[in-house]
Design a protein around this ligand. Structure first.
Ligand code: ATP
Ligand code: MG
Length: 446
């Protein structure tokens, strides 16, 4: 039964000593998206399997070998989402959001599921921050979403991350490219991996995305997609670059980027770092003008990106970015006798209503054990409720950092404690009311 105390391979528990980091990452990315006019969307964790087969693409690794697919109680085939775009596009169609002012811009934080070989930066359950824009085919939109990703990396102060850019054209120009690729790779049939031999038949462009070193080496000499772009795709790509130049966003054109998913057209891009090991792609995205139509809607141009939160966290740690500390326990109220635990819990409850992080005894501990516990919890103040405190409604709040004790009136404890907290935070000579300072503090909470 050992497996009962071991999470499935490729999943990770996020414990309190880490969860605050992800909360900070989620808040920062979500706030940035809002600045750019994206609204949050939430879609189900599972969808009809066919949505991903069509939306991600039959020839992709994701659909061919990575999906968590099962039959539900009613015998329908459902799949845990391997990415966020297909579900978002489905919701866009289902709710007629194409009737709203375009472009419709959405962001999300979601868990994704892929049956892959777990390693650093590669899990079976991972999390993405993603954005999608539906309804404009203009290159300005491609550039705007790239600038959002860049904006986020800048907000975190990250420096070791570069933008790689490519265009993979539209179905029209890609047909010639695929033909040229097939001819090229036919010459290396003996060396290509098993999977790539299959790709050679179905979708030779996928070979460019192969992670095997042998295939990657062969791919280096392959025809370049940029040489096959039609005039429209060429103009689009030039304009995307011009917008990026205008925003002083640096990039390198990397003709080997084709992205893992089938629905991409024209612009594709990745933000890559060398400081987090082999899985260095933190963010990947591009344009997918064919997807909405593929799902049965009227042709609607779109683009977006997905950012892996685990990889982003690894990168933040690698670059020594400091995460805002969680707020410490502000006060511990210790009933000296069991009969005072009612008053202790009432006072604690009142304090919490004013936003004070307050603890009291819920374990029927002795006073001594409570003080030990308060210490372990690093409480800033402690306050003991004994006979005289209950009788006189006056008690001493002890600052555990300085040892200083202040007498407080229990009938107006909230005011007294918020005053002491502000004093402890800003020193004696703070201008303005205690409450305005507290609001200020709250603003910093995440
Ligand atoms: P990779 O080439 O690393 O397999 P991908 O092309 O499959 O990535 P996308 O489908 O574009 O990745 O997903 C967007 C982002 O999600 C990736 O850039 C990465 O940061 C993250 N990601 C993808 N797969 C995983 C995974 N198995 N574990 C953790 N993060 C992942
Ligand atoms: Mg992958």
């Amino acid at each position: 039964m050992a497996y009962l105390t071991k999470a499935p391979r490729g999943t990770a528990d996020i414990l309190p000593d880490e969860s605050y980091k992800l909360r900070f990452i989620e808040k920062t990315t979500g706030d940035a998206a809002a600045l750019f006019g994206f609204k949050e969307i939430r879609t189900p964790v599972f969808e009809h399997t066919e949505l991903f087969q069509r939306g991600v693409g039959e020839t992709t690794d994701v659909v061919q070998k990575e999906m968590y697919t099962f039959a539900d109680g009613g015998g329908r085939s459902v799949t845990l989402r391997p990415e966020g775009t297909a579900g978002t596009a489905r919701a866009f169609l289902e709710h007629g959001l194409f009737n709203e002012p375009l472009p419709q811009k959405y962001y999300y934080h979601t868990s994704c599921y892929r049956y892959e070989k777990p390693q650093a930066g590669r899990l079976r359950e991972f999390h993405q921050f993603g954005v999608e824009s539906f309804g404009t085919g203009e290159p300005a939109q491609d550039a705007e979403i790239i600038s959002l990703a860049k904006h986020i990396f800048d907000l975190f102060g990250l420096t070791g991350i570069r933008l790689e850019l490519n265009s993979i054209g539209c179905p029209a120009c890609r047909a010639d490219f695929q033909k040229a690729l097939r001819t090229y790779f036919e010459g290396y049939k003996a060396e290509l991996c098993e999977t790539c031999l299959g790709r050679l038949e179905r979708n030779p462009m996928r070979i460019l995305d192969c992670k095997s070193p042998v295939c990657a080496e062969i791919a280096k000499g392959a025809p370049k997609v940029l040489d096959f772009l039609c005039e429209e795709c060429e103009t689009h790509f030039a304009a995307v670059k011009k917008y990026l130049d205008a925003m002083h966003i640096e990039y390198t054109v990397n003709p080997t980027i084709v992205r893992g998913l089938d629905y991409y057209t024209k612009t594709v891009f990745e933000f890559v770092s060398d400081s987090i090991g082999a899985q260095g792609t933190v963010c990947g995205g591009g344009r997918y003008d064919g997807l909405v139509e593929e799902l049965g809607g009227t042709s609607t141009p779109a683009c977006g990106f997905g950012m892996g939160l685990e990889r982003l966290k690894l990168l933040l740690e690698a670059e020594g970015v400091t995460f805002p500390e969680e707020k410490r326990t502000e006060i511990y109220i210790a009933p000296a006798k069991a009969e005072y635990s009612f008053e202790a819990l009432r006072l604690t409850d009142e304090l919490r209503r004013d936003g004070v992080i307050a603890l009291t005894d819920v374990s029927a501990r002795s006073l001594k054990a409570q003080m030990k516990f308060a210490n372990k919890k690093n409480a800033l103040f402690t306050l003991v409720l004994g006979d005289s405190e209950i009788e006189t409604a006056r008690a001493k709040a002890k600052n555990m950092d300085t040892g200083e004790e202040t007498e407080v009136d229990l009938t107006r404890l909230n005011e007294e404690i918020t005053g002491l907290l502000v004093h402890a935070m800003f020193g004696a000579d703070n201008g303005g009311s205690a409450l305005s300072k507290l609001t200020l503090l709250d603003g910093g909470k995440n």
